[in-house]
Every structure is written in C-alpha cells, then in structure tokens.
Ligand binder design. Structure first.
Ligand code: ADP
Length: 406
C-alpha cells in the first residue's frame, strides 16, 4: 500500500469528520486541528515503519495534558477521542478509498490503534495516580494541621481551667472547715457535693493534659521496679465499692509473671489498667463478671481483661483508641464514671494506648460484636514489655550506681 497516497486521500475529510464529531467551538478548532495533524503525521510514520511507538510522544502529551479541573471533575479518560479518531478514519476510508485500499488501511490501522489505547490507558493511570497522591498529601497535611490545632487547644484549655479550679478547691476546703467547726451538717453535705464535682473536673483536666502530652510525645515515664500483682490488687481494692454497688464480680487470676519484678512507670501502668477496668465495669450490666488474667510471652507480660458486657462492633474496635471517639454519642454522657454505660469524653482508651506504647507495649481488643441483649463481652489485651533495665541511658547509669553502692 502506498501509505502517503492513501492517507493523502482521506486527510481532509477525516479532519473535518473528527472535528464535527468532537463538536468543537471555533476557538478550540485550531488547537485540536494542530493535534490532529500531529497524529496524522505520526500515524503515517508508524504505518510505514510498522512501529506504533511513533505515537508515544503524542500519547504521553495527551495524557499529561489533563488539567486539575478534569481530574477533580472525574472526567475519566481521553480514549473516547481515540475512538472518534479511529472510527472517523474507517468511515472516511470506506467513502473515499477503493475497497482494496480501505481494507489495507484497516488492517494496518488495527494494531496501531490497539497499541494507542493501551498506551493512553497506561499513561492516564500514571497521571491519575500522581494526581491522587498529591491530593492525599494535601489532605494529610491539612488533617495533621487540624489535629495539632485541636491538641494545642486542649492543652491550653486544660492549663487555663486548672487555676480557677484550684481557687474553688481552696475556698470549698475553707467552707468545709467552717461548717465542721459550726457542726452545720447541711453545709457539710453541700460542700461534700461540691468537692465531688471538683474531683471529677480534676480527673477530666488531668486526662486532657495527659492526652496532649501523649499527642506531643512528651509523656515522661518514671521507671521504677513494679509488680503487676500489686498494681492489680491495688485496683481491686480501689474499685471494690463500685463493683459491689453494681453487683459485679471482679476476679483476678494469678498467671506466670504475675509476681515478677519489672521496670516500668507503676503509676502510669496502673492508670492504663484502671481505664480499661473502669470501662469493663461501665459497659457490663449489673450482675456481670470481669476477669483479669494474663500470661508471660517472650519479652512481654500480657494482661487480659475480659468482661461480660455489651461488646464492641468490629468497626469500633480500632476507632475507640482514637481520642474523643465517643463524643458523637452525646446521649451516653453522664456524670458518673462507673454507671452502666455512663459515658465519658472518650479519652480513657487513647490514654491507655499512649501509656502502653510509650513503654514499648501495645493494647488491642477482641469482641464478637456489640449486642446489648446477647452480651458477647470484650477482651482487652495489654502488652507490657518486661524490662530489667530502664531504657533511658541516664536512668540506667543511676540504677547501676545504686546497685554498686549497695
Ligand atoms: P469513654 O468511656 O470516656 O467514652 P474510652 O476511651 O474509655 O472513653 O472508651 C471509648 C469507647 O469504647 C466507649 O465510649 C465505649 O463505646 C467503648 N468501650 C470501651 N471499653 C468497652 C467495653 N469494655 N465494652 C464495651 N465498649 C467499650
């Protein structure tokens, strides 16, 4: 086939037909016509050389020319244009060429157009992937900026609230003294109510300060010898009143490593376990059972806290460790930390996770799902690293010196 002669015969009607199909306004015609000319020229070379690779630069340019607006508008692809280009070429060929010439052109055209479709799809996906990854970076930046603002706000608010609270606490203690001196029972009872409220506020402000320290990775741990049995026994005593009030059973079963001395921050570990235990109490209906047991793993002690409560749906099993995860459930919020489904600001588990991860441990939950009738329960797993030396170099020195002195 004389490529130049055959293509020459269909050039003008083909350009006209493609432009008509594309339904272009005059202003854009020049640009499109230029691109069509380029395509036509490269197509001639591709047919002559039997090498569709001639079209590559043009296809790459077309794919890369997708604008941000095209992408945002989810305009999927420019392959419909390729379809118009090849269909117009075939119909013009049938009209303007002899049947033999049209046939020969179609045979040459087929593999080249397949190649072009494949290439354009490849390039378009690359362009699209880089567009979405840039968008993703933008969104991630924006999210971390928002999260930082939220953290800063929590930290400032918590510290600002502390000052007036200390004042209220001081004055209510003076009021209590006066009431006691005068043996005014009503006033003593009222001040008792105020002090209970102050206690709750202090706990909440403490949680807010803790979560902002965790967020900013400045939670300081005081490594000391610690025995998990002592921590659990202390908590059992602390919580015995609520456990009895709610007619619950709290069972602590000894396990390997239960009485082993490890180095950790006992106050913080107790706080983490307390948060999980108070949740077990809060989300288990009266009469239920909470079991604490565990095991020794290589390098870790695992504490398991199992309850017979309402359970947790699979989708919530990850989000509950994020701060304020329960804020949306306003109906659940009450002033009590231990009432059934008492609710709270949603900081208990994020703090527990922050404490454990700062120790080099972790926390996760297992549950067959949330069901207030079936009460499938939840099992929280807390991993605490077994350390015999504090991780901090300076602390290590301090401990060594102590040992040498002894
Ligand atoms: P809070 O109890 O203040 O809402 P937490 O961070 O302690 O916040 O817990 C987050 C959420 O996880 C709770 O609101 C509750 O929905 C769910 N949850 C935690 N522990 C349990 C449990 N033992 N059983 C069922 N749900 C739980």
């Amino acid at each position: 086939m004389d490529v130049e002669a055959v293509l020459g015969k269909i050039h003008d009607p083909w350009v006209k037909s493609v432009l008509a199909e594309l339904n272009q306004q005059d202003a854009a015609d020049e640009l499109i016509s230029g691109e069509l000319e380029r395509f036509f020229e490269l197509l001639g070379e591709a047919i002559k050389d039997q090498d569709p690779g001639w079209l590559n630069p043009l296809l790459i340019d077309w794919a890369a020319s997708r604008t941000e607006t095209d992408m945002a508008a989810e305009e999927i692809t420019i392959s419909p244009i390729l379809k118009i280009i090849s269909e117009s070429m075939l119909s013009v060929a049938v009209e303007f060429l002899s049947p033999e010439e049209a046939n020969a052109l179609a045979i040459e055209l087929m593999p080249i157009m397949y190649y072009a479709y494949e290439k354009i799809a490849q390039h378009e996906s690359l362009v699209r992937v880089s567009y979405y990854s840039a968008r993703l970076d933008q969104v991630t930046d924006e999210l971390s900026r928002l999260d930082k603002t939220k953290s800063d706000f929590i930290s400032v608010a918590a510290h600002e609230l502390k000052t007036p609270l200390t004042l209220i606490e001081g004055y209510s203690s003076m009021l209590e003294d006066t009431a006691r001196r005068k043996s005014d029972l009503t006033a003593i009872e009222l001040v008792g109510g105020i002090k209970k409220g102050i206690g709750r506020l202090e706990e909440m402000i403490g949680d807010m300060i803790d979560i902002s320290m965790i967020d900013n990775q400045v939670l300081a741990l005081r490594y000391q010898p610690m025995w998990i049995n002592q921590i659990l026994d202390g908590l059992a005593i602390e919580l015995s009143e609520v456990v009895a009030q709610r007619n619950l059973t709290l069972e602590i079963e000894p396990f390997d490593g239960f009485k082993q001395m490890i180095l950790a921050d006992p106050e913080r570990i107790q706080q983490a376990i307390r948060n999980v235990l108070t949740n077990a109490i809060k989300y288990t209906p009266d009469g239920g059972k909470i079991t604490v047991d565990g095991r020794e793993l290589s390098g870790f002690l695992e504490v398991r806290i199992e309850d017979t409560g309402i359970g947790i749906s699979p989708e919530d099993q990850i989000t509950i460790f994020e701060k304020f995860s329960s804020l949306t459930e306003v109906r659940l919020h009450s002033s009590s930390k231990t009432n059934f489904k008492g609710g709270g600001p949603g900081l208990g588990l994020p703090i527990a996770r922050g404490i454990l991860t700062s120790h080099g441990g972790s926390i996760w939950v297992e549950s067959d799902g949330y069901d207030e009738e079936k009460l499938q329960g939840s099992i929280f797993h807390l991993l605490i690293p077994i350390r015999t030396e504090p991780p901090d170099v300076q602390m290590t020195k301090l401990f060594r010196n102590e040992g040498q002195d002894a």
